[in-house]
Design a binder for this molecule. Structure first.
Ligand SMILES: Cc1ncc(COP(=O)(O)O)c(C=O)c1O
Length: 284
């Protein structure tokens, strides 16, 4: 498939219809890069381009951007069909369906996205006389995100009188880089009593050696003590897959849980794992 930049960029809740020609991803339409790429693919007997693809962003809570992107993909397909007889078998509108990380997020049902995307492509294809292609989507976060959460054990606490409080836990940006990398927001609950009344707001701080290692800037929690376990919710996507050995810490284990049964599916990294590739230095 060829990924194109449709000139639509979903930036959280709004769509910017200009500029994305300079995106690092995909071939842009405006400057003709996509056309050039198509010619190269069609001239190459070893390549079979089954369709046209775009991915306009993540955490999208509206239908509009997908409809605009879908329309644009059909437009380009019709143009290529007229110009050189190319008929895509697939139109792929990518992923980006938003999930509820915090109470401020109001995700749409997947059916709403699919319905809008398919209707738009059907209508545009009919308008342009293009054979209806298969419609593909690539949802990532909306499947894996809500399926996972991260357990942290509460450690120390620092109250800066009259100013603020930090509650520290035994993980952080090494297992979830999103808050430090782009201020992603989450909610956490006391694992043993998820519905406990919240009584305080603290900075939930990670253990890594960075001031920016704050997992939740404004965590609303009940009173906690060292040893309590907190569950940070909706961490199933872009958590473990982006985990690192920051400060040379091992990554945590991953456990699948279903119907009262649990199974470790990724082991916790040990010190031996961390030093496995180390070589002794032999000065000449
Ligand atoms: C090409 C492409 N498709 C799909 C996805 C999945 O996006 P999401 O997890 O927001 O649904 C991504 C994420 O970056 C992507 O780059």
């Amino acid at each position: 498939m060829m990924r194109i930049t449709p000139g639509i960029y979903a930036h959280t809740h709004e769509y910017i219809q200009t500029g994305q020609e300079d995106s690092k991803f995909g071939f842009d339409l405006k400057t003709g890069l996509a056309d050039k790429a198509l010619q190269q693919v069609l001239a190459n007997k070893r390549m079979n381009m089954i369709g046209i693809h775009a991915h306009i962003g993540s955490q999208i809570f509206e239908l509009n951007g997908f409809q605009m992107a879908a329309e644009k993909l059909v437009d380009i397909a019709a143009e290529w069909h007229t110009k050189c007889g190319y008929q895509p078998q697939v139109i792929n509108v990518g992923g980006g369906f938003g999930i509820r990380y915090t109470k401020d997020d109001n995700p749409l049902a997947p059916e709403a996205f699919v319905d809008a995307i398919v209707k738009t492509i059907k209508q545009s294809a009919a308008d342009k006389g293009l054979t209806m292609p298969a419609v593909w989507i690539e949802p990532g976060r909306s499947i894996a995100g809500p399926a996972g959460y991260t357990l942290y054990t509460v450690g120390g606490r620092k109250d800066v009188d009259g100013l603020t409080s930090y509650l520290t836990v035994d993980g952080g940006m090494g297992d979830n880089i999103r808050p430090a990398l782009y201020q992603a927001e989450y909610e956490a609950v006391l694992a043993s009593d998820p519905f406990a009344k919240t009584t305080e707001t603290v900075h939930l701080a990670g253990k890594y050696c960075e001031s920016g290692d704050i997992l939740i800037d404004q965590a609303h929690l009940p009173a906690t003590k060292p040893g309590d376990v907190l569950a940070m919710l909706d961490t199933g996507a872009y958590g473990y897959s982006m985990a690192s050995n920051y400060n040379r810490n091992g990554r945590p284990a991953v456990v699948f849980v279903e119907n009262g049964k649990s199974q470790v599916v990724v082991k916790r990294e040990s010190y031996a794992d961390m030093t496995r590739l180390d070589q002794s230095y032999d000065p000449e």
